[in-house]
Design a protein around this ligand. Structure first.
Ligand code: CP
Length: 340
C-alpha cells in the first residue's frame, strides 16, 4: 500500500466566514470553510427552505449530461425562493462555436445572479468564474472536481457516523473503489474528507488507481479484500468508459449509440468484477456500522451488486437527498458573498 504524502491535522476547526463568490473545487478550502458550508446545509436540512434568494435568478448551464446535480441545484434554488433558468444541453450556442466564457457572459447579462455549470473539460468552471462577476458553482468539470458532490459525501458520512455536531471526521477510514483516476467525484471527496480529518484509501487496479494518486493526500491500494474489513465507508465508483475514450483510446471505442464497455486500463470486465465489485459476499465482511456510498449513476452488476445497492448498508439515496440542502448552502453563501 502506498503511504499518503502527508498526514493532516485531524483536530476540529471552527467555522470560518465565507467570502468566496465561486465554488469550483474543495481542494484549497480550509476545514473552517468546509464546516461553514456543512453547518449551513444542516440548517437548511432542518428548515427545508427559506427566502434567502428571493428575487434572485439562478442559471444552470450544463454542457454534459446530469440527472442528480442539475435537478438538485434547481430544487435548491427554488427552495430558497429564487427563479431558475436552464440554458443547458444541445441547444446552447456553444454548438455554433461560441466559447464557454461568452455563453456565460450572455447568461449573466440577462440577469443571472449565479451560474451553475458542468462541462467535459477540466478547468471549464474556473474559466467561466474568471469571465463573469456573478457567483459560479461547478457541477463538475472533466476529471477535475465536483465540489458539491464532495460536500454531500462528507455530510452523508458525518450523518451515518454521528458526526453532524462538528463535522469532525477524524478516525474514520473511507475506501474509494474503482475508476479513481478518471473521477472528479473522487478528487473532491479526497480533498473534503481528508481536510475534515478522515483518512482515504483509493482502491482499484493500477490503471484506475495509480500510485500517483497519493499526491492528493490519500493512500493507494490494489487489494480490495484487504482494505474492506477496516473501512467505515466504501464509496464505489463506476468505470467511466467514456472518459477512457478521451482523447484517443480506440480500445474503448463503441458504435454510435452503444455504451463503450472496454478499456485498456482493465484486463476484462469479469476479472474486474471478481477483484473490485462490491458483492453481497464482500458486504458481509464490512465492519459493523460501515456504509456503502456511490455518487451515481450506478452500473448495477458491474461495480455494485443490486442487493448491496438496495441493502441495509446503502446510503446512496440519502446522498442524493442531502444534495439539496448542501446545494442550498453553496448557493446562499456564494450569492451572498462580497462582489468580485
Ligand atoms: N453524481 C452526479 O454527478 O450525478 P449526475 O451526473 O446525475 O449529476
Amino acid at each position: 500500500m502506498t503511504k499518503p504524502r502527508a498526514a493532516r491535522d485531524p483536530a476540529p476547526t471552527a467555522e470560518q466566514p465565507w467570502t468566496r463568490r465561486s465554488l469550483t473545487a474543495l481542494r484549497g478550502l480550509s476545514a473552517g470553510e468546509l464546516r461553514t458550508l456543512l453547518t449551513r446545509a444542516r440548517a437548511f436540512a432542518a428548515s427545508g427552505g427559506g427566502d434567502q434568494l428571493a428575487g434572485r435568478t439562478i442559471a444552470t448551464l450544463f454542457f454534459e449530461d446530469s440527472t442528480r446535480t442539475r435537478t438538485s441545484f434547481t430544487l435548491a434554488a427554488q427552495r430558497l425562493g429564487a427563479k431558475t433558468i436552464d440554458a443547458s444541453g444541445a441547444s446552447t450556442s456553444v454548438n455554433k462555436g461560441e466559447s464557454y466564457a461568452d455563453t456565460a457572459r450572455v447568461v449573466e447579462a440577462m440577469g443571472a445572479d449565479a451560474i451553475v455549470t458542468r462541462a467535459k473539460q477540466a478547468g471549464a468552471a474556473d474559466l467561466i468564474a474568471d469571465a463573469v462577476r456573478c457567483a459560479v458553482i461547478s457541477g463538475g468539470d472533466g476529471r477535475h472536481e465536483h465540489p458539491t458532490q464532495g460536500l454531500l459525501d462528507a455530510y452523508a458520512l458525518a450523518e451515518a457516523h454521528g458526526r453532524l455536531d462538528a463535522f469532525d471526521l477524524s478516525g474514520l477510514r473511507v475506501a474509494i473503489v474503482g475508476d479513481v483516476v478518471n473521477s472528479r467525484v473522487a478528487r473532491s471527496a479526497i480533498a473534503g474528507l481528508t481536510t475534515l480529518g478522515a483518512s482515504v484509501v483509493c482502491v482499484g487496479p493500477p490503471g484506475l488507481a495509480p500510485a500517483s494518486l497519493a499526491s492528493l493526500g490519500c493512500a493507494v491500494a490494489h487489494d480490495f479484500d484487504g482494505v474492506l474489513p477496516s473501512s467505515d465507508a466504501v464509496m464505489m465508483l463506476r468505470i467511466q468508459f467514456e472518459r477512457h475514450a478521451e482523447p484517443t483510446n480506440p480500445d474503448a471505442a463503441a458504435p454510435p449509440g452503444a455504451e463503450p464497455r472496454r478499456s485498456a486500463a482493465i484486463a476484462s470486465i469479469r476479472e474486474y468484477r471478481e477483484l473490485f465489485a462490491l458483492t453481497e459476499a464482500r458486504a458481509a465482511r464490512m465492519k459493523p456500522g460501515a456504509v456503502v456510498m456511490h455518487p451515481g449513476p450506478i452500473n448495477r452488476g458491474l461495480e455494485l451488486e443490486s442487493a448491496v445497492a438496495d441493502g441495509p448498508r446503502s446510503i446512496i439515496l440519502r446522498q442524493v437527498a442531502l444534495g439539496v440542502p448542501v446545494r442550498m448552502a453553496a448557493l446562499a453563501l456564494c450569492v451572498g458573498a462580497p462582489p468580485r
